[in-house]
Write a protein that binds this ligand. Sequence first.
Ligand code: ADP
Ligand code: ASP
Ligand code: MG
Length: 838
Amino acid sequence: MARASRPPHIHKFGGASLADAAGVRRAVEIVLAHRPARQVVVVSAMGGVTDALLEAARRATEGETSHVRAAAEALRTQHTRAARALVPAGDRLDELLSRVDAAVDELKPLGGGLGILRELTPRTIDYLVARGERLSALLFAAALEAAGCPVAYVDATDVVQTDGTFGNASPDLRRTERAARRVLPPLLARGTVPVIPGFLGATPDAQVATLGRGGSDLTATLLARVLGAREVSLWKDVPGLLTADPRIVPDARVVPQVHVREAAELAYYGAKVLHPRALIPVLKRPVAIRIRPFADPASLGTEISRRRTLEQYPVKALSAIPGQALLTVTGSGMLGVPGIAARTFAAVHHEGISVSLISQASSEHSICFSVPAESAQRARKSLEHTFEREIERQEIDGVELRSGLATLVVVGLGMAGTPGIAARVFSALADAGINVIATAQGSSELNLSLVLEARDAARAQRAVHAAFQLSKIGGGAVAQPERTDVVLLGFGQIGRALAPMIAKVKHKGLTLRIVGLIDRSGLVFDARGLSPRRLVALAAAKAKRTALAKAPGGRRASAGDAVAFVARHALANPILVDLTAADTTETLKAALAAGMHVVLANKRPVAADRRSYDALLAAAQSRGRRLLLEATVGAGLPIIDTYQKLVESGDRVLKIEGCPSGTLGYLFGEMGRGAPFSTALRGAIAKGYPEPDPRDDLSGMDVARKALILGRLLGFGGELDDITVESLVPDGAERLALDGFLESLERFDAAWAKRVAAARARRGVLRYRAIVTRRRVRVGLVVVEASSPMASLNGTDNQFIFTTVRYKKNPLVITGPGAGPAVTAGGILNDVLQLAGA
Ligand code: ADP
Ligand code: ASP
Ligand code: MG
């Protein structure tokens, strides 16, 4: 058979890589570049599709048919849009579109039916979810064919045979081998590339079952095994297998090579990069599996093979399993009684629950083991039932359950031969103040597992990662190529000033690109970066009030959906810059959770109520991402930076006083020189100084938000409502529509002229001032003496006066321009550069 002579190279493209037409096109190029070698292509569902189908199924059982309908339409759009972009008009395209329509239309009545039945069997779920991979494979095959490559769509059920466990089927090696060798080699011999949906297999009675989340990896390695392949490329949105989950440990690095057993251990213990059972088919085979960066096809990523390298690193990588609970069976009666352990695990096994860590104290007083939190109660009941008599006789005290835990897993082949590894792990955790609740070392000494409080898991991973200097592995090549992908949320004046600045940054070894723009209507996105020309064109369109959704290449989406869409792509060191003036807390949390850093010019999320602000900080912290907000207070002035430097150097800031409004500063300056209020305000608007609604500035709320942000730095525990704010919005003007207000400005001129004159009579000038201490925050209009530093402020200048323990008699004063798109964009750019590692 041809198999032995020229085995194929198996490529698997993950969902994150196939998020849209551009992703599919890039994958097609990868396959074309490997021709004429023999290849088999396995694909996941397009990014987000499996999650969307599962969510729709769940909502359907709750009777939310409208959600199912909306989800179905979103799937139709995602696939249709990609199909039209990849396949030229004609029969092929029509056929593909009708397959999409059929798969989508089938969801709708099903949604209705489930709503009535309120029940969802694993079989139905698999039937629903399978369409994700099938559509993706049909699309891929058509795109590859359109690019001139002979292809054949091969359904997974014709090749992969399983035991039929819906939702988590195990492949049957023998039957798969038989089927695959019948179907695939003839195609390969003709130079045809088979394209196969991953994640799916046939049950013994020929229905479709899934292999468990992430199962496409398993499809690929299984096919490698049965076809005798020597090479498997798993194309993913990461640069390789990393020393830790990059969303949690930011300085995670690519491990150039790992042993299959190490990789299998990591996958089994929660490293989301590989399906837990993906390596089983190839454990003893001479196959090299590569985890390769889709964003950088020339790079080799990580080789998973049977070689042993990097021996100076006894620990190679970490992972953590969230959502764990610990069960402990204790009792003096256990001493020396044979069979307690066996009965314990038999009881748990009987419930079909898998145990991930076991430890028994040598005194044999207790057995303790961890299980997934959702099965903990069931396990406990089953144990109490098993030991009913022993508990009655008080030989066993009972079964104790502790939840809210996580298991940290430290992996490396070298651990076996190196003394003191466990001690180093424990002391790293102790230094970080983290308590270890239970621990176990596998007898292979390949892994060390530690049970911790779930809330400590992220910190623990960072601490152990640092203790073993894992950021230096492979020569310390950075996990992310030296590229930073920026997404602008909001493309108003500031965004349009910022975009060209980012495009112009020249810094050695650093590439900054804008990959996405989001506004209220939708987004424009290109994972390869939006070219400066395109940015200029989009800025021009936007300045003429064309919504991004209507711009060339634009698509409609809510801000939340747009961020979710962007997050599904293979981005490098992604940063979301919030330039809106809206309440974006939820969107930002989603971005942080997806591993993006956040830079804020928008004050609202940080001046929101304390709980929501804390939740935002917690989201950043738990992901190891940063939230920078310099531009929220003094535009381009280094206010927060100065505060931090003072504190780091041991000083204590007692009070910050200032005029943090460039807009109001400009107004008072102009009025002081005799301009009427209406003229001064219109001038400010023309120069782009005020917030979108200038009443946000006049009401003092914008200053109050800045003051609250500063107050929170100093430890002020209150809310925006606790700040005394004096409003300058003329009586009756609050209720006007924005346009109405702007048309009637002259009505207020006389009252303002009077105020200015009164101040002048007292030899002073009007200023809008904030005074911030730990205890109290106040903002309002004051008359300051003509000789004071505040009186000397010019134009839009802001001023901040820091009174600290060191600068007590002679406070530290920072003065400079504090409003306007250019200076604000400059402040934001500083934060972006800091995150890019400049
Ligand atoms: P695919 O697109 O092939 O399905 P996955 O999303 O399943 O890829 O796997 C890649 C993801 O795994 C990455 O986005 C990353 O966040 C996560 N991950 C967790 N641990 C690791 C690790 N040690 N190395 C690389 N990626 C990891
Ligand atoms: N699409 C499936 C999932 O999201 C399988 C896979 O991607 O491997 O779990
Ligand atoms: Mg996966």
